[in-house]
Design a protein around this ligand. Structure first.
Ligand code: GLC
Length: 471
């Protein structure tokens, strides 16, 4: 089957969060399973686009209301990512370094979607499936069904995957005329609560909706930033499919980014060397348990509580633990986390920023990973941690609930119910007790490295969905 994946992000082309990891991996594994999956993302003016070679395979124009933009389709020459990568260049809108957070994001992503559909129409392509990821590509299911220009794609099955239902891409009716002409009687498919809502529209129009974990699908029927009723209504066509991780990239035996490679046989030594590397660089104590947090410093991830969590835990367990934070986001949280360095020298440090290499070493060298997320549709970090023998400490929510079972319930991690300072510091205390029981700790570290979250298994589930839509 020929499947187009449409997304704002794709690792390593353009990454802000986990969406990129999924779109950069799933198509590769679909291809390895005999499908023909391609990826289409905008041509941002970033390192990847500058450093790789492309063929221009098509050029055209698109209308966005009264604006006229030229676009070109640039195909990466080598297919080295394991799939054909197409980047749509619309210089006025995407010739900028970042993926999001511009005032004209509505115009940018709407133009991206229109350019994509124009390209299919102008070159007479009839793919088998259009797989849209999140709200940035959420108007495609509506447009293929109801815009006059795209009638030949009308019977093409569309699939929406929700990676994060908090962001919906809302815009006002003053921009309705941006959409290519459509059957006005269908306007209801665009709207939710008085605005045009691309995510809601995709939930209504896509033939199938998936979320990135089964628990998240249950949760968004109750908490979905206003879309609860819609999601409940569309539940019969919805399905939760837990993400996988790219086990070729995340492989302790071959990972070129970590300080020392290791296998199941010598993981104790390997992890200790990675930990020693971190401790010497960040002035920490290698004999004490090392806790880490890796990710965006935003409320969804519970990061606003981190400064307090760290100071309470470091105070309660004076000199007995280390905490090392890697992340960026809310400037206030960044400042507080940096400031803590002055109080807990030798046991605490923070690297403010994004650093893929350091992230890998942290998964390899830390003992415990903290994920106190308020919302976590899937979460990949806990899966990376498991694979690298680091014990996750998670709040029971979304994909965290589906991937980590508390050690008290016969499982292999530490879980708590609330995103609160009390719950997290209590879990840290439980982790210290575990760390001190070397035999139990090592057995658990060994178990978690063997859990299979590879994409091979997950790709099969997506193929079944695609097939069900084609029949
Ligand atoms: C989003 C979600 C995260 C998920 C990722 C990939 O970033 O917040 O939980 O793992 O998408 O699906």
């Amino acid at each position: 089957m020929e499947i187009f994946h449409l997304s704002a992000e794709c690792y390593p082309v353009a990454k802000v969060g986990g969406l990129a990891d999924v779109v950069g991996a799933l198509p590769k594994y679909l291809n390895q399973s005999g499908q023909y999956a391609k990826v289409v993302v905008p041509a941002y003016n970033n390192k990847f686009f500058q450093e790789n070679e492309y063929d221009i395979v098509h050029q055209g124009q698109l209308k966005l209301g009264y604006f006229l933009f030229s676009y070109s389709i640039a195909k990466e020459k080598t297919n080295k990512l394991g799939f054909e990568l197409y980047q749509i260049a619309i210089p006025e809108l995407f010739d900028r370094p970042n993926v999001y957070s511009y005032e004209d994001d509505t115009e940018r992503f709407l133009s991206f979607q229109i350019a994509f559909l124009n390209w299919l129409v102008e070159t007479n392509q009839y793919p088998d499936i259009l797989h849209c990821h999140d709200h940035h590509t959420g108007l495609i299911p509506f447009m293929v069904q109801h815009c006059f220009n795209y009638q030949h794609l009308r019977n093409t099955p569309t699939l929406l995957t929700i990676h994060n239902g908090q962001y919906q891409g809302w815009f006002g009716y003053d921009k309705l005329h941006y959409l290519p002409q459509f059957d006005l009687s269908k306007i209801g498919y665009l709207e939710w609560n008085g605005t045009i809502n691309p995510l809601a529209s995709a939930i209504k129009c896509a033939w199938k909706v998936t979320t990135v974990s089964p628990s998240y699908l249950d949760e968004i029927s109750n908490h979905a930033n206003g879309l609860e009723n819609l999601l409940r209504w569309e539940r019969p066509k919805s399905l939760g499919i837990l993400n996988g991780i790219d086990t070729e990239v995340w492989n302790t035996k071959t990972d070129p980014l970590i300080a020392k490679n290791y296998t199941l046989k010598d993981f104790k030594k390997g992890k200790a060397e990675n930990k020693a590397f971190l401790c010497s660089h960040f002035n920490l104590n290698p004999d004490k348990p090392l806790f880490t947090f890796i990710g965006r410093l935003v409320g969804e991830k519970g990061a606003d509580l981190l400064p307090q969590i760290c100071s309470v835990a470091l105070h309660q367990h004076q000199g007995e633990i280390n905490i090392l934070i890697l992340g960026s986001g809310d400037p206030n949280v960044e400042k507080e986390l940096s400031g803590l360095q002055n109080f807990y020298h030798g046991n605490y440090n923070a690297y403010i920023g994004y650093n893929e290499k350091l992230a890998h070493i942290l998964y390899a060298g830390a003992d415990f990973l903290l994920m106190p997320s308020r919302v976590e549709p899937c979460g990949l970090n806990q899966m990376y941690a498991l694979r690298y023998g680091t014990i996750p400490i998670v709040r029971r929510t979304g994909g965290l609930r589906d991937t980590v079972i508390d050690m008290g319930d016969g499982g292999f991690g530490i879980c708590h119910n609330e995103t609160s300072v009390f719950d997290v510091t209590h879990s840290i205390s439980r982790a210290i007790v575990l760390f001190q029981d070397a035999k139990k700790f090592d057995a658990m570290r060994k178990t978690v490295q063997q859990i299979d979250h590879s994409w091979d298994k997950v790709a099969t589930q997506y193929i079944e969905v695609y097939q069900s839509l084609k029949n």
